[in-house]
Design a binder for this molecule. Sequence first.
Ligand code: ADP
Ligand code: ADP
Length: 226
Amino acid sequence: PVILEVSDLNKIYEASNGPVMALRGANLTVRKGEFICLLGASGCGKSTLLRIVAGFETATEGSVAVYGCKVDGPGPDRGMVFQDYALFPWLTVQENIGFGPSHRRIAPKEVAKLTEKFMAMVGLTDFADRYPHQLSGGMKQRVAIARVLANDADILLMDEPFGALDALTRSTLQEELIELWRTTRLTVIFVTHSVEEAVLLADRVVMMTAGPGRIDCEVDIDLPRP
Ligand code: ADP
Ligand code: ADP
């Protein structure tokens, strides 16, 4: 089944030096459980597309639908992981992961259970009471991923999530993410400018190409998984 439908998105930014066309006619259909890598050169509009899907930004034209329903703002069905982690610095690992559930109508006991579960899933149980500044980059990104999962998101949106990590940590997190995707069958849309990373992670690669004044989603490549 189709979980996400992006239709004819246009995005024009009004910058100080005039309008910037960041997206022109971007289309993307995502089926439930797919791991899609959105690949393209810097500036071609990948982050813009992801932010519009997340609902952090509005499109100039076009629409985004989740399970056939148009969305025009953020929702717990879509969770974002950023390159710079974006954790709450004043909350511990445990509190960061439990943030979503604790703000919904869920019994505290249930929140604790959810938090435990996802903290364990990313291997951070022993670090429950640490604050973000007391964690390595890899750990911070595990917290960010667990926070999205604990919020019960169907779609995990990742914007170059491993770009700030050293090569060894990056490759560890890549392996963990593949494993997580295999076990949860979450739908993942992963933005990267690295062909290597896209081919390693994706079961479908979507190429975005940019020319002067136009940006499209163009090529769809289905990859056989080893
Ligand atoms: P990518 O993620 O592929 O690097 P972006 O989506 O960040 O591309 O940017 C696409 C284009 O839109 C670029 O030309 C960028 O400079 C421009 N852009 C992105 N965000 C803004 C903004 N907030 N204001 C003005 N221009 C922007
Ligand atoms: P990335 O390459 O990871 O997409 P960027 O350096 O393009 O990151 O963008 C970083 C931030 O700056 C984004 O939030 C984007 O919206 C903003 N931005 C990018 N290009 C412009 C621009 N030309 N004018 C204003 N803001 C921009």
